[in-house]
Design a protein around this ligand. Structure first.
Ligand code: SF4
Ligand code: SF4
Length: 190
């Protein structure tokens, strides 16, 4: 775990974050409840309460380059435990989105998994497990990792050979519409 080093102070980053997310990290008074309950704290470079402090003090580069925002599992324990009713899990989500927009991905495999998940949703209208695994393995080149669990998953019917979903086209249309809106937004802002 890294120590806190408040070197930069990009006040505009906090304001931009508030505007984009609708969350107010300034309410955090550093009680540490979120970190105490977070099941991933041991793997984070900065615990979640420290991410909140970095955000309050405008440490944009440190946050967007952190591993913590990618390793967060969105379990929402932090949100549930926060005495100030801050939606901490949503804040972690938003930071991940902002990092992604700036091409900052401290955990590339996590991003590859998200991309595979989204591609599956776009193509099939829901999760097609084998498709996700194949896409992820090709992107990450971890071709033979976790192969031993596949037979068990087949036997227990946790994964099927073929996608069994209807309505994929409708979901693809939603994606297309969203991407068009985002492009338009970027054009208007830039
Ligand atoms: S949502 Fe993320 S930061 Fe919050 S407790 Fe879960 S893993 Fe930790
Ligand atoms: S639980 Fe809430 S107030 Fe306490 S440190 Fe976490 S975000 Fe801040």
């Amino acid at each position: 775990m890294k120590t806190l080093n408040l070197t930069e102070n990009d006040g505009a980053f906090l304001e931009e974050f508030k505007k984009l997310s609708g969350d107010n990290p300034s309410l955090c008074y550093q009680c540490g409840n979120c970190t105490a309950g977070c099941p991933y704290s041991n793997y984070f470079d900065y615990p979640v309460s420290m991410i909140m402090r970095l955000l309050q003090t405008g440490q944009k580069e440190t946050i967007l380059n952190s591993r913590a925002i990618w390793l967060c599992a969105t379990c929402e324990t932090c949100t549930t435990r926060c005495p100030c009713n801050i939606d901490v899990a949503h804040i972690m989500d938003m930071l991940r989105i902002m990092a992604r927009k700036e091409n900052k991905t401290a955990e590339k495999d996590v991003k590859r998994f998200y991309d595979s998940f989204l591609s599956s949703m776009k193509m099939f209208g829901r999760i097609y497990e084998i498709g996700i695994v194949l896409m992820y393995k090709l992107k990450s080149r971890h071709l033979f990792g976790d192969m031993d669990v596949a037979p068990q998953m087949f036997l227990r019917r946790k994964i099927g050979l073929f996608p069994t979903i209807k309505g994929g086209r409708k979901v693809a249309a939603i994606y297309k519409k969203y991407q068009k809106q985002e492009k338009q937004k970027a054009k208007n802002n830039g």
